[in-house]
Design a protein around this ligand. Structure first.
Ligand SMILES: Cc1ncc(COP(=O)(O)O)c(C=O)c1O
Length: 412
C-alpha cells in the first residue's frame, strides 16, 4: 500500500462515508439547521488547523491546488522569483509556474532539504518567497530559513505535502512560515485518495485563499447564493466524501506517528553498524514522521549497486522528485507554450535556464541516497524496499538482514 493512512483504511472511514451518502449532502456547503448535514469539510478544517496550531485552514482537492492558491493569494506573479529546492516533487515547481512566477532552483544539503546558505545566495530584488519543501517526512532547517526570509522581507511558504504530522522544535510544520500546503494523496500520512489543505494564521490571507478556491466568495457561505465576491476565483473545493474519510484518518494520526517512529528506530538500530553508510541529517529528529529511512552511501556507484540488488533505486533516478529528470521543466514546456514566466520579456527580461549540472551538490547527495520505506512505498522513490505500517518485528529484522547482506557485499 502506498502510504500509512491508506494501509489502515477500515470500518471508521466506511462509516463516515456512508453517513455522508445517506445525508444527501455531498458538497461542502449545506444548511446548518438540517441535522443530516455533517459539515465534514468544515470540521476537518477546524481539526487540522487546531492540530497544526494555526487559526485557519482551507480544504482543497489537492496539495497542488493549495500551493497554487497560496502563490496567487500572496500576490506572487509575473516578474517575481520563488526559491524552491531542486530536489522536491514536481508540483512545487509547477505551482510557481502557473502563478506565472519564475522558479529559482536551490541546493539541498545532507538534510535533503533546502541549504540555507545557498538559498540566501540566490535572493535577488525579484525574490518574493522561499518555498521550503519538507521532503520525505522531515522538516527543513526552519530556524535558519525563517531568519533569512525575515531578514529580506520575503515570505516563507511551507510545502508540508510529504510531512503532515511533522514538527520542528515543538511547532507543527505549516505553522512556522506565513502558510503551509498539505497533501492527502495516497502516498501521504493520511489520505482521501486525493485532497489537500492550506493552513495559515493570517486572517486576511485566509479570506483570500477561501475566495480563490471558491469562485471568489468570502468564507462559509451557504453554497447557493451569489455571496460577497472579493475576486475572481476558481473551484478547488473538497467534497464531503473526502472530508469524511479524512476525519476518520485524522483520528488515526497519533497511532500512525507512534508506529512509524518505533519501526524506524528499530530498523535504523539494526543497520547502523554497517560500515561506510551514513544517514540523512535530521535538524530535529523528534519531529520526524518517520515515513522514510534515508541511507547515504560513499559513492553513487555503490548507491546504485546496492539499491539495484535490493530492487530499490537511488533518489537521483526519481522522475517526480529531482529536477534533472523533469524533462518538461528543462524544456520549459507550459500548457500555453507562451507568456509568463518563461516567455515574459516585459516583466522578466533576463534568460531563464534549467539544466543538469546546475545544482552539483544536490545531484551528488541524491545520487548517493536511497530511501528504505517505513510507511510510504513509492516506486518512484525506490521505497518499496522496506516495511509498511502493518509490519511486525520479524519483517523489520528480515529487511535489515537483506540490507546488511547487500550493502556488506560492496562496503565490507
Ligand atoms: C512535496 C510535494 N508537494 C506537493 C505535492 C502535490 O500534492 P497533490 O498530489 O495532493 O497535488 C506533493 C505530492 O506528492 C508533494 O510530494
Amino acid at each position: 500500500m502506498p502510504g500509512p493512512g491508506l494501509d489502515l483504511i477500515g470500518e471508521a472511514e466506511i462509516a463516515e462515508v456512508v453517513e455522508v451518502l445517506r445525508s444527501g449532502y455531498l458538497a461542502r456547503f449545506g444548511p446548518d439547521d438540517d441535522p443530516r448535514f455533517g459539515a465534514k469539510v468544515r470540521h476537518l478544517e477546524d481539526a487540522v488547523s487546531s492540530w497544526t496550531g494555526v487559526h485557519h485552514a482551507v480544504a482543497m482537492n489537492s496539495g497542488t491546488s493549495a500551493l497554487l492558491s497560496l502563490f496567487a493569494t500572496l500576490g506572487i506573479g509575473p516578474g517575481d522569483e520563488v526559491i524552491v529546492p531542486g530536489f522536491t516533487y514536481v508540483a512545487s515547481i509547477s505551482a510557481i509556474v502557473y502563478a506565472r512566477a519564475v522558479p529559482v532552483l536551490a541546493e539541498v544539503d545532507e538534510t535533503l532539504n533546502l541549504d540555507p546558505v545557498d538559498v540566501e545566495a540566490r535572493i535577488t530584488p525579484r525574490t518574493r518567497a522561499i518555498l521550503v519543501v519538507h521532503m520525505l517526512g522531515n522538516p527543513a532547517r526552519l530556524d535558519e530559513l525563517k531568519a533569512i526570509a525575515d531578514r529580506h522581507g520575503i515570505a516563507l511558504i511551507e510545502d508540508c505535502a510529504q510531512a503532515f504530522g511533522a514538527s520542528y522544535h515543538g511547532r507543527k510544520v505549516g505553522s512556522i512560515g506565513v502558510a503551509g500546503a498539505i497533501s492527502f494523496n495516497v502516498f501521504k500520512t493520511i489520505t482521501s485518495g486525493d485532497g489537500g489543505m492550506a493552513v495559515t494564521d493570517d486572517p486576511e490571507l485566509y479570506r483570500r485563499l477561501f475566495a480563490f478556491h471558491d469562485q471568489g466568495h468570502l468564507p462559509l457561505r451557504n453554497g447557493v447564493e451569489v455571496g460577497a465576491r472579493s475576486m475572481l476565483g476558481l473551484n478547488f473545493r473538497m467534497t464531503e466524501l473526502s472530508g469524511a474519510v479524512l476525519l476518520a484518518q485524522l483520528r488515526r494520526l497519533e497511532t500512525i506517528l507512534a508506529t512509524l517512529r518505533a519501526n524506524k528506530a528499530m530498523l535504523k538500530g539494526l543497520i547502523a553498524e554497517q560500515a561506510g553508510i551514513s544517514f540523512r541529517a535530521l535538524p530535529d529528529p523528534d519531529g520526524d514522521i518517520a515515513t522514510h529511512l534515508v541511507v547515504l552511501y560513499p559513492s553513487s556507484q555503490v548507491a546504485r549497486d546496492v539499491s539495484r540488488e535490493l530492487g530499490s533505486r537511488v533518489l537521483a533516478d526519481s522522475g517526480w522528485h529531482i529536477y534533472t529528470q523533469m524533462e518538461h521543466l528543462l524544456a520549459q514546456r507550459t500548457a500555453a507554450g507562451k507568456g509568463c514566466p518563461f516567455d515574459c520579456h516585459q516583466f522578466y527580461p533576463q534568460p531563464i535556464e534549467y539544466r543538469a549540472g546546475m545544482l552539483p551538490r544536490t545531484e551528488d547527495i541524491v545520487g548517493r541516497a536511497m530511501s528504505i520505506g517505513i510507511g510510504v512505498a513509492d516506486p518512484n522513490l525506490g521505497s518499496t524496499f522496506g516495511v509498511t505500517i502493518r509490519t511486525d518485528q520479524a519483517r523489520i529484522e528480515a529487511v535489515a538482514d537483506r540490507f546488511l547482506e547487500a550493502a556488506g557485499r560492496y562496503l565490507g
